[in-house]
Write a protein of this length. Structure first.
Length: 461
């Protein structure tokens, strides 16, 4: 770990797990349940003391599934592929041994990595020069790269770069990628789509090299390696709050570089993706394997409930609460997993069509639980189908005070309780207590914290 100091290693390792740990956070996750796992587990154990199968219906980052898997079999379901990968890796840890140093060494010495480094060399050199100039007091150039240095936008003729050197570097790298046949397949997907915007170009090449290397592994081992890549990407991403909803906005409304923006850019982009990946892979390889039959699926919640096995005694559901779609925060991780060169959504700005700033997938999932006109029907489907399976339901939800500035929820707790009573004989709400959701936006835009932020609606026959 040549470029990571001892203190930095300790900070990173706080987020990973050893074989005796009770909880694990694979990525930075909005609305993470990491702090209330014990409470969720106790409620489920009270409903089903026999430790029978539980279904984690919106499994997200996999923290709930991993915690519950210690004592009972888990079926984890989510419609997003990145979630399936993460959950699979924590529920079914590898029993085979891998030398992390050997993996990284083989990746660095691969022909793919060398070729990709050649393709992106113009952009890497340009970025490093701009960072050096920013540290010397000229931040405009690196801000131009963060705002406009996207290869996919350049390829599509949507580049608005102002710096001559940046335009030339984009052109050279785009030509080299085309010459190397790296614009049709997934070999350079992270670099083309997210380099410059979410990651440094050197980091994006490293991530692409790791993803390509994972294809050489046994298919049963790929999820773990991909999960470690996702975990590393979540740590090094150059955004506020370590989420992927929006890239940094380096310029203010007057078109001038924002104050302290250089420090934010440099701090994240100096990290070596290979080194962070090594730490993450060690943590995944250290997870304790259980003897239960855990299952993971990428499915729509309604289809999953139609096919739910009868041995599921409890369904734990943590659907979105607000109009903000979770896919907006994790679309980069989804694309990294799918590696499918997606079409990018566009927006109209001042009458002109532009690529979305976040480089969102055109087919980004829109949850019905986050759409006001569809939420009630979605919840009705949830209650009805869980009931039809003769399972109990533990529904995580968050109330809000209408007289405060917190984001309104799609349903009120009272409405959900009323819906639940149409299908279950026993419905009650249990407060988690002093719990507040993690907030990924800037501190000065946070509203008053609601310390009754989490409610478990418990529904039994």
């Amino acid at each position: 770990m040549g470029n990571i100091k001892k203190g930095e290693q300790l900070t990173l390792l706080k987020a990973v797990v050893d074989s005796n740990s009770e909880s694990f956070r694979p990525i930075h996750y909005l609305g993470s349940k990491l702090r209330i796992l014990e409470f969720i587990g106790k409620v489920i154990d009270d409903i089903d003391p026999t430790n029978s199968r539980v279904c984690d219906l919106f499994s997200g980052s996999g923290t709930v599934s991993q915690f519950l898997s210690k004592n009972r079999p888990v079926t984890a379901i989510d419609i997003q592929e990145y979630s399936r990968v993460l959950t699979s890796s924590v529920l079914k840890p590898l029993s085979s041994y891998y030398s992390v140093e050997k993996v990284v060494s083989e990746c660095i010495n691969s022909e793919h990595y060398k070729k990709l480094m050649w393709c992106l060399e113009p952009m890497i050199e340009c970025e490093e020069k701009f960072i050096e100039e920013a540290l010397q007091g000229s931040p405009f150039f690196i801000c131009d790269l963060v705002e406009n240095g996207s290869i996919i936008k350049f390829e599509e003729g949507c580049c608005e770069a102002e710096t001559v050197m940046l335009k030339e570097a984009l052109s050279k790298s785009a030509d080299r990628l085309k010459e190397s046949n790296f614009i049709i397949g997934p070999e350079a997907l992270t670099s083309r789509y997210f380099g410059g915007t979410y990651f440094s170009f050197k980091q994006s090449v490293q991530l692409d090299a790791l993803l390509e290397y994972s294809l050489s592994l046994d298919i049963n081992d790929r999820d773990t390696f991909t999960a470690a890549i996702l975990s590393a990407a979540s740590d090094i991403v150059n955004t506020v709050g370590k989420q992927f909803a929006q890239p940094l906005k380096p310029f203010d409304s007057d078109g001038k570089p924002k104050k302290s923006i250089v420090n934010k850019i440099v701090t994240d982009r100096k990290n070596n993706a290979f080194e962070i990946f090594s730490l993450k892979l060690e943590s995944f390889l250290g997870l304790r394997k259980t003897n239960f039959d855990h299952r993971t699926y990428r499915m729509d919640f309604s289809d999953a409930l139609d096919n739910l096995s009868k041995d599921v005694k409890v369904v734990y559901a943590d659907p979105p609460y607000t109009r903000y779609h979770y896919s907006r925060y994790y679309h980069v991780l989804e694309t990294i997993c799918l590696r499918d060169n997606p079409k990018i959504s566009k927006t109209i700005v001042k009458g002109k069509e532009k690529f979305s700033r976040g480089i969102y997938r055109n087919d980004r999932h829109q949850s019905p639980f986050s759409i006001k006109t569809q939420a009630k029907e979605a919840f009705d489907t949830l209650f009805k189908k869980v009931s039809q399976n003769n399972s109990s339901l533990v529904l995580s939800y968050s109330p809000f005070a209408e007289d405060r500035k917190s984001t309104p929820r799609m349903q009120r707790i009272e409405e959900l309780e009323s819906l639940g009573r149409q299908y279950f004989n026993n419905v009650k709400s249990v407060s988690v207590g002093q719990f507040a959701h993690s907030k990924l936006n800037k501190t000065d835009k946070n509203f008053e914290t609601n310390y009754s932020a989490e409610i478990l609606i418990v529904c039994k026959k």
